[in-house]
Design a binder for this molecule. Structure first.
Ligand code: NDP
Ligand code: 2IT
Length: 449
């Protein structure tokens, strides 16, 4: 990573030294610092107050043992994490990820990005993230429950409705949130909105399951409209087939597009007739099965092993909705060669820096994760509001607010980009707009001696 600005170069060198061996975290910090160059030039007061030196260091990181008993009576041990990255504008807020690839670097990159994403929503939420290297694949319902209970037994000591409010992410949906919420309530003997993404009968918000995917399409729709384009008649490729991918597919289809490919970590399916989402929902949400199953049930579809190949499928709009660094420079070049006009990130940091550079230098409209996938946490924020008010809003009401928030994020990111000399660059715009609000709050709150 090279920085023209000496101050930023020094901050990054310090981050590199302190977080050696954490490539995902360094990648996320590097991208934000790069965007902040014009801010550093315009705002010496923020530099003097050490805001950037402080924002790259988590306020707190909790690492803990999670032991649980499997169905055979064997003892299993996993590692749990929660990073409480920044609380300048609200309680820490961010999801929990259960995946074997989870480590300190992954949790810190996600927690760091969450600071700016949450700020962009306009709601009062700080940045946090957590999870465990537990692998939910192939586990029974009882094993999932015992793991979640053990995980929450420790986590409950560190969270609370006014302190830190976790939610779902990869491997954590309504089932896991339910088990964790039950355990928190048992331990603390209080019924509060300590988690979001809850089931509707016990305080969940309508539209939360759909929010990230719907919000992604609302964001992309704003970005396309600004360029005189739309989803109507467009061909769309979506990676992943989990929560975000499924509801991105639903909304893109409602907006008049045809989604022709989806994937999981094993491979991808192409259905030139358009993905039949009821089949995907049955396989993924009900049976917790593999996407290869889709091609066995739908005669027009073809399954190919290996998830990366999905980016060689010709499309107008690409929505990466699986995981970090799933779309590299080579894949970006293939998309560009096939005439892609827009890419919006449903997953967190799915495009490598080489891929982002390829899209931007080829004039592809590019919506970065922090802005484009903020709909999930935005509706989590609305769930917190509803819990505090002790009432619930209708689906229509929540959806309208979500639409408004995504339009606002697009507007803020594009005007910040223009104001700071990067017109059309939503990566820079989202980073700058997200940063400034948090920076002003940190400045106002002083430095602890
Ligand atoms: P899910 O667990 O519901 O689905 C994850 C999907 O991504 C699955 O299809 C999974 O395939 C695939 N996937 C996961 N890891 C890999 C990998 N290493 N390589 C290839 N494919 C992989 O998670 P979500 O849909 O909730 O999350 C998807 C992305 O969206 C993540 O980056 C997450 O951080 C981000 N996100 C989620 C939000 C939310 O509200 N849930 C909000 C904002 C962002 P397989 O089943 O084979 O593992
Ligand atoms: O990455 C994300 O924004 C999420 N996983 C959602 C976080 C939340 O608190 O709803």
């Amino acid at each position: 990573m090279q920085f023209e600005n000496k101050y930023l170069a020094n901050v990054y060198a310090e981050v590199e030294k302190r977080n050696a061996g954490e490539p995902e975290f360094l990648q996320a910090v590097g991208e934000v610092l790069e965007s902040l160059q014009p801010v550093v030039e315009k705002r010496p007061d923020l530099v003097k107050a050490g805001v950037i030196d402080r924002i790259v260091e988590p306020e707190r990181m909790i690492v803990f043992r999670v032991s649980w008993v499997d169905d055979e009576g064997g003892v299993r041990v996993n590692r749990g994490f929660r990073v409480q990255f920044n609380s300048a504008i609200g309680p820490y807020k961010g999801g929990l990820r259960l995946h074997p690839s989870v480590n300190a670097s992954v949790i810190k990159f996600l927690g760091f990005e969450q600071i700016f994403k949450n700020s962009l929503t306009g709601l009062p939420m700080g940045g946090g993230k957590g999870g465990s290297d537990f692998d939910p694949k192939g586990k029974s319902d009882g094993e999932i429950m015992r793991f979640c209970q053990s995980f929450m037994t420790e986590l409950a000591k560190h969270i609370g409705q006014f302190t830190d409010v976790p939610a779902g992410d990869i491997g954590v949906g309504a089932r896991e949130i339910g088990y964790m919420f039950g355990q928190y309530k048992r331990i603390r003997n209080e019924f509060t909105g300590v988690l979001t993404g809850k089931g509707i009968p016990y305080g969940g918000s309508l539209i939360r399951p759909q929010a990230t995917g719907y919000g992604l399409c609302y964001f992309a729709d704003n970005m396309l409209a600004d360029a005189g384009k739309s989803f109507k008649g467009a061909t769309v490729v979506i990676s992943g087939s989990g929560n975000v991918a499924i509801y991105a597919c639903e909304k893109a289809t409602q907006l008049g597009a045809k989604v022709i490919a989806m994937s999981d970590s094993g491979g991808y399916v192409v259905d030139p007739d358009g993905i039949k989402l009821d089949v995907v929902k049955q396989i993924k949400e009900v049976e917790r099965g593999r996407i290869s199953e889709y091609a066995k049930r739908v005669p027009t579809a073809k399954y190919t092993e290996g998830c990366k190949g999905i980016w060689t499928v010709k499309c107008d709009i690409a929505l990466p909705c699986a995981t970090q660094n799933e779309l590299d420079g080579e894949s970006a070049a293939a998309l560009v060669k096939n005439g892609v006009i827009a890419v919006a990130e449903g997953a967190n940091m799915p495009s490598t820096p080489e891929a982002v550079a390829c899209f931007q230098s080829n004039g592809v409209l590019f919506g970065p994760a922090k802005a484009a996938n903020a709909g999930g946490v935005a509706v989590s924020g609305l769930e917190m509001s509803q819990n505090s008010l002790r009432l619930s809003w209708t689906a229509k009401e929540v959806d309208e607010r979500l639409k408004g928030i995504m339009a606002g994020i697009y507007k803020n990111a594009s005007s910040a980009a223009a104001e700071y000399g990067h017109k059309g660059n939503l990566v820079a715009g989202a980073n700058i707009a997200g940063f400034l609000k948090v920076a002003e709050a940190m400045l106002a709150q002083g430095i602890a001696y």
